[in-house]
Write a protein that binds this ligand. Structure first.
Ligand code: KG4
Ligand code: ZN
Length: 336
């Protein structure tokens, strides 16, 4: 079964054709980063407009790269939440129109389940049950999959998402948007013990909190600057490494705690932040120690893409979960 998937929830317009939820026939990602960099973050109106302009081209290109036409596609999939309302609406309207015109089923996908499905594309043998740490710009969730397209939420962030925290810390260090990957690169040459950022206590056993760490980081940087150690002399690599260390240890700690207590057999990671080098290294180390196999998406599938949406849609379709033309964008859509 071939599914054409479209993703427009934030600042990537992406389309892909995926066969049977596992095999990528084509994947096209049009990033709007250049359009938003000027403003230091995603501007919703600009994102919606850019999606409108890019949708058709990106879909045509995905079909062309796969050597297919609309006739060869069995179903259409689209992200309908969570995300920016205008951005989501663009994609949902586009795919509703195609579904109506072509008479093909429309499958609604949650952006977070899309991220998780990137693992099915990377690891052909991966099957539920498994635990997945989903870390992106908007989400930090510990999700248990008892089966395909079935989700149980074990924990989540109480405030900022991990990616959001990375982006804000990067901004404090004067790194341009999107800061997460840049902070990660800078941290490689820094001392992670330069600054100690304590992990906050949170109520939920598997919940996260990053807003306190972010504030502590901001205060520490301000103090260094006031002491005259600022400007060019600010030890940016050490600061980046310390912040990354604190966030990563918190992510890894709770994920491993949940994995052990719930006696899960496999652990996976997903979302933009799963590209973080330190997170990948530390998860690999801890899973090796615990004897739990670890699954991570290929780097190009960590961030937003259409293939993950088409893959997630396949498992939903197997359960008969399709949408009709009343489908609407749901900016605050929950996974469960
Ligand atoms: O999954 P994604 O592409 O979009 C959302 O669904 O939010 O995630 C984007 C987030 C951004 O916050 C970005 O800074 C962060 O992922 N990110 C990283 C890295 N690569 C992307 N954060 C830390 N280290 C990285 N290497
Ligand atoms: Zn995402």
């Amino acid at each position: 079964m071939r599914i054409l998937g479209l993703e427009t929830s934030c600042d990537e317009t992406a389309a892909a054709v995926v066969e049977d939820g596992r095999r990528i026939l084509s994947s096209v990602v049009f990033s709007q980063i250049d359009l938003h960099a000027l403003y230091g973050g995603v501007v919703p109106e600009i994102a919606s407009r850019a999606h409108v302009e890019a949708c058709d081209r990106v879909i045509d290109e995905a079909l062309r790269q796969a050597g297919l036409t609309f006739d060869d596609v069995d179903a259409l999939a689209v992200t309908y939440g969570p995300g920016l309302v205008g951005a989501l609406l663009t994609g949902v309207s586009c795919m509703k129109g195609l579904s109506y015109a072509l008479g093909k089923p429309l499958i609604p996908v949650n952006h977070i389940e899309g991220h998780i499905a990137a693992n099915f594309l990377t690891h052909p043998d991966l099957a539920p049950p498994f635990l997945c740490l989903v870390v992106s710009g908007g989400h930090s969730h510990l999700v248990y999959l008892p089966d395909y397209a079935r989700y149980e939420l074990l924990g989540q962030t109480r405030d900022d998402a991990a990616g959001e925290a990375f982006d804000k810390a990067a901004r404090v260090l004067g790194l341009p948007y999107p800061g997460g990957p840049r902070l990660d690169a800078l941290a490689e040459s820094g001392d992670p013990h330069f600054l100690h950022l304590p992990e906050p206590r949170v109520e939920g056993r598997y919940d996260y909190s990053f807003s306190g760490m972010k504030t502590a980081f901001l205060n520490a940087v301000n103090q260094l600057e006031m002491r005259g150690e600022g400007g060019e002399k600010l030890p940016k690599a050490d600061l980046a490494a310390s912040f990354r260390h604190a966030v990563v240890e918190s992510l890894v700690g709770k994920a491993m705690l949940a994995a052990k207590e719930k006696k899960v057999e496999k652990l996976a990671m997903a979302g933009g932040v799963s590209a973080n080098r330190e997170l990948r290294r530390r998860m690999a180390e801890e899973c090796e120690k615990a004897g739990i196999p670890l699954y991570m998406p290929r780097l190009e599938l960590c961030g937003d893409n259409g293939a993950m949406i088409a893959s997630a849609a396949y498992w939903r379709y197997q359960r008969g979960e399709t949408a009709d033309l009343t489908l609407n964008a749901v900016p605050g859509l929950r996974l469960v």
